[in-house]
Design a protein around this ligand. Structure first.
Ligand SMILES: *Cc1c(COP(=O)(O)O)cnc(C)c1O
Length: 388
């Protein structure tokens, strides 16, 4: 079915699906075959360019999911991988060459930050980190060898939204490749490519799959940039197994329904948390009190399923109170059907010193919550019981 001109939820279900159906199966079957017989060209010669192999990410399960992801991100092409970090590291290494330089937002996902800080220089690349608030100072950080700029659509765990318009304008004005990690909003709430970014990256482990049972990643971009990254990516070997492709493919079909529910639920839970006596501050882009609320309302279709709050008390008291929660699990990761919470000081940001965390605005009493698909009122009751 031609789905390119249909709406988001129809693309989620029918985009990239085989047509005609394979053996009339209404869902994409799993092709659990590592290698494929080599075909012939039209003139009957063996076509040695037609090699299909799982590590080359070109088997039927890959092709179907690439097309589906490209369509929902309104992009030309997509490339899945074995984890968000496989996509992020391969895209950075593939697009920023030896001796070249990247400007990166300072408060990045921990894995991305450490990769850029510790390993990028050892691989002959340069990086300069800039604070989110200093986007107007970017021209001063520009070097002759600057090749790209890297940001996240919503930062973790303070849920800040950079001035994405300015990032795109700056990149276009200076011939840089603009790259954005779009994991937190998911394509339901934001599409970076039509907004003007060159590359969008996903930890598909999170919202795209949505069921906490797969680790996967995706790079979304123009055909030429995907083609540029592919040879290195194929050799680094971060391919997604066909069975994991199938699970991700299945999970994605409910992405729209899930994230819209999570948008609504997270907004209601944050409103309820604001009234709790043991909550000092609630951080959610959908709240008027959030510093980037207006920007989020203008650019995003929803505010997402992630919220954070500061506990009124010390970290030990926070742990004692939150242990009494019945529904959310204390666990890292996000974007699944079950609600999860974590104190970033003990998890994603534990490798930073307390001083460095506080400089970023991350207190030890900060709690990050990933809202799942449980009944909203049950979640509100659970949180308000332990936080009053
Ligand atoms: C989880 C996450 C990643 C890393 O993804 P993996 O699938 O765990 O490799 C990257 N960016 C963001 C924003 C994430 O939340």
């Amino acid at each position: 079915m031609e789905t390119k001109n249909l709406k988001f939820d129809t693309k989620l279900i029918h985009g990239g699906e085989p047509s005609p159906l394979i053996e009339k199966a209404v869902t994409m079957p799993i092709f659990q075959s590592s290698t494929y017989e080599i075909g012939e060209s039209q003139s009957g010669e063996i076509n040695y360019n037609d090699i299909k192999y799982v590590r080359l990410n070109n088997t039927p399960n890959h092709l179907a999911i690439h097309e589906k992801i490209a369509q929902i991100e309104m992009a030309e092409a997509a490339l899945v991988s074995s984890s968000g970090m496989a996509s992020i590291s391969s895209a950075l290494l593939g697009l920023i060459g030896f001796g070249e330089h990247v400007l990166a937002q300072d408060n990045l996902y921990g894995g991305t930050y450490h990769f850029l800080k510790e390993f990028f220089p050892k691989m002959g690349r340069e990086v300069t980190f800039f604070p989110l608030e200093d986007i107007n100072k970017l021209p001063m950080l520009l070097k002759k060898n600057t090749r790209a700029i890297y940001v996240e659509s919503i930062s973790n765990p303070l849920l800040r939204v950079p001035d994405l318009k300015e990032v795109v304008r700056f990149a276009q004005g200076n011939g840089l490749i603009s790259m954005i990690d779009n994991t937190f909003p998911s394509p339901v709430n934001f599409n970076p490519i039509p907004f003007g970014f060159d590359v969008a990256l996903h930890s598909a482990t999170k919202y795209l799959n949505g069921h906490s049972d797969v680790v996967a990643g995706a790079m979304v971009s123009r055909k030429d940039l995907i083609k540029k990254v592919t040879p290195l990516f194929n050799h680094l070997g971060g391919c997604l197994d066909p069975h994991a492709c199938f699970l991700l493919h299945r999970g994605m079909k409910t992405l729209g329904a899930r994230v819209r529910y999570q948008n609504e639920s997270a907004l209601k839970v944050s409103g309820a948390l604001e009234k709790c006596s043991k909550v000092a501050r609630v951080i959610y882009p959908g709240l008027r009190s959030h510093p980037d609320h207006l920007r989020s309302r203008e650019w995003f279709r929803g505010f997402g399923g992630m919220l954070s709050f500061e506990f009124a008390g010390d970290a030990v008291e926070a742990d004692t109170a939150l242990k009494r929660l019945k529904i959310p699990f204390l666990a890292p990761s996000l974007g699944g059907v079950e609600s999860l919470y974590v104190r970033p000081a003990t998890a994603s940001h534990s490798s930073l010193s307390k001083g460095d965390r506080e400089k970023l605005g991350i207190k030890d009493t900060l709690v990050r919550v990933s809202i799942g698909l449980e009944d909203t009122q049950d979640l509100i009751d659970d949180f308000t019981r332990v936080l009053n």
